[in-house]
Design a protein around this ligand. Sequence first.
Ligand code: PMP
Length: 295
Amino acid sequence: FDDRDGLIWYDGKMVSWRDAKVHVLTHALHYASSVFEGERSYGGKIFKLDEHTDRLITSAKILGFDIPYSAQEINQACRDICAANQIVDGYVRPIAWRGSEMMGVSAQKNTIHLAIAAWPWPSYFSPEARAKGIRLKMSPWRRPAPDTAPVHAKAAGLYMICTLSKHQAEQDGFHDALMLDYRGQVAEATGANVFFLMPDGKLHTPTPDCFLDGITRRTVIALAKDAGIEVVERAILPGEMADAREVFLTGTAAEVTPVGVIDDLTFTPGEVTFKLIDAYEKAVGKAPTSAEAAA
Ligand code: PMP
C-alpha cells in the first residue's frame, strides 16, 4: 500500500505517496495517540464532510490535543487531496497524531501532525457478499465501558479490539465480527453500526453509549423515518437477534450492507433493507443498485 503513485496531504504540503513517512519513535505508534476519519467521495463530493471534520477535531480533543488546522482548512485539504489524485469516487482518510519529540507515556509537547490520503475504493465488502448478506461471527472481545476508554473518539487505540475480532472472524470464514459491549449487550461490527428489523415492523438499533454514533447510522435513521419506518434505539440483548427479520450494517465504508448470517442464525435481506440501500444511494448521489444486489 505504501508503494504507489499519488500524493498525500502531509502537514500542509502535498508529499509524494512513497515519501509520506513517520519516524519509528512516533508517540502515536507506541501509545496509540492518534485519531482518524473515514470519508467517501461520491461524484467528486465528499459526503457529510463537515460532520467528519467535526468528529476528527472532537476525537483529538477527547485525546487531549488540538489539531493545528481549522475545520475549514481541514475540509479544503480533504477536497484538495481528492483533486490532486483525481479521485471522483473514493475513500478519504485524514489522520492526526502526536509526533516523536518525547518518548514516554507523557508527551505533552509533541507536535501534532495531520495527514490526509485518498484512493479509489469501490466497495468494502464484495458485491456478491453484499447481495446475499455478509456473514458475521460474534467476537469474544467486548467494547469497553465509557469510563475505561474514550469510546466516543474515533481513536486508533480502540481499533486493536476491532482488528483482533475481524482477524478471528476472517480466519473462521466470516466477513466481519459483531461485538457485544462490556454489559453483554449488542454493540457494533468492527467498522460499522448494526440495525435489526424486528417482528413489530420497527428498526431496532443499540443506543450508542459506548461506541461511535456513526454518521451513516444517523443518516439511515433519518432516511428510515422519512420512509415511515419507526426506529427504536435501545439496549439489545444477543438472545433477541434470533427474532430479527432483517439485519444490516451501516458505515461510511460499508454503506448499507445486508447481513445474512450471525454465527448459526440466518437472515434473508428483505424489503426494508433494500429500500434503505436505495435511499442511502440516492442521498449520497449514486445511481440505485439494489436491483443488482437482489439478483
Ligand atoms: N463503528 C466503528 C467502530 C467504525 O469504525 C465506524 C466507521 N467509522 C462506524 C461505527 C460507522 O461510522 P460512520 O457511519 O460515521 O462511518
